[in-house]
Design a protein around this ligand. Structure first.
Ligand code: UDP
Ligand code: MG
Length: 315
């Protein structure tokens, strides 16, 4: 007997995943039948240009537990997750990638952990298959730096595959910010946070929508949204440079005037040129860091909606 008293929403954000969508649906349905818990599916089309949305609409014709939201354009994976959480009606929601890198069979473990009393259950990748080495190396370093420089406790090596219960969904929905690093927000809200380990598969078909440069921008967003450490580094760096240059100036003044040293004729220009390049580079770097934070303030005060819906079958 299926437990009708509990409903789990499976949130599936996708961008051009036509081959994967029917398979993720059927693999999740197998899990639902196995564990006797009812699933509702919420597919979020983040501006696909292939046949993905037709495939989802086809699913809705045959199954009344399938819902979809179609964005008016590509708003990004994190906004798609945000929409899923806003419109889900389950007692808990599970966010899963459409490309089957997160095996749907792990949903059972997520739910078991939830039943033990956890409000948020992160799925931690103990292994990542079929991804470029450089992405894995950077991800490894990034998660570790992130957990050191942020004020909140973030689970290392967990992506967006997680279970969030109603209490936590409501908390996340109350956060209006524009730059949405969902892994950070899910940790920020607190409550009882647990995790499971899993092996991340290779993508079933299609190409990654997170090429290296886009992953880097997600990482940058994570840091500037959840850490003030870069600002502190600028402050210390500025102080350090001032002190050092002051010390060197005093030293040079004393050496040249009182100790009388022989200096090659071109030494001054070389040092000066190097110093100018170094300090102006440093200033640009610091301004770059500052501008990242200012951009965030700018985006927040515009107060635009996070996404725009073109079509949906949610009433
Ligand atoms: N995705 C999305 N919008 C985007 C980029 C990606 O909805 O702008 C979806 C994508 O279809 C997939 C999930 O987000 O379901 C994760 O993306 P992907 O698998 O390409 O990233 P990777 O696993 O390679 O980091
Ligand atoms: Mg993927």
């Amino acid at each position: 007997m299926t437990d009708k008293s509990q409903l789990i929403t499976i949130i599936i954000p996708f961008l051009n995943e036509e081959e994967n969508l029917p398979i993720i649906y059927s693999r999740c349905e197998n899990v639902s039948n196995k564990i006797h818990i009812q699933f509702e599916y919420l597919f979020i089309d983040d501006g696909s240009s292939d046949k993905s949305i037709e495939i989802v609409k086809n699913l809705t014709l045959k199954n009344n537990n399938v819902k979809y939201i179609q964005f008016s354009r590509n708003f990004g994976h994190q906004k798609a997750i945000t929409a899923g959480l806003k419109y889900c009606s389950g007692d808990a929601a599970i966010i899963i990638d459409a490309d089957l890198q997160d095996p749907p069979e792990e949903i059972e473990n997520l739910i078991n952990k939830w039943k033990q009393g956890f409000d948020v259950v992160h799925a931690v990748r103990s292994k990542r298959k079929g991804e470029p080495r450089i992405k894995k190396v950077f991800a490894h370093i990034f998660y570790r730096i992130m957990s050191r420089i942020t004020e909140i406790h973030m689970t290392v090596d967990s992506g967006d595959f997680r279970l969030i219960n109603r209490k936590a969904i409501d908390a996340l929905n109350s956060m209006p910010e524009q730059h949405r690093y969902m892994r950070g927000l899910a940790a920020w809200i607190g409550f009882n946070q647990g995790y499971i380990n899993y092996v991340r598969d290779a993508r079933l078909s299609g190409k990654t929508k997170y090429p290296f440069i886009k992953s880097l921008s997600l990482a940058l967003n994570a840091i500037t949204s959840f850490s003030g450490t870069p600002l502190r580094i600028i402050f210390y760096l500025g102080n350090f440079l001032c002190l050092i240059s002051l010390a060197v100036a005093i030293y040079v003044f004393v050496a040249w005037n009182f100790i009388e040293q022989k200096i090659p004729a071109h030494a001054g220009t070389t040092y000066l040129t190097l110093a100018i390049f170094f300090v102006s580079g440093l200033q640009m770097l610091c301004m770059g860091i500052l501008s990242q934070y200012i951009r965030r303030v700018f985006d927040e005060i515009k107060n635009r909606p996070l996404f725009i819906i073109k079509d949906t079958n949610i009433k």
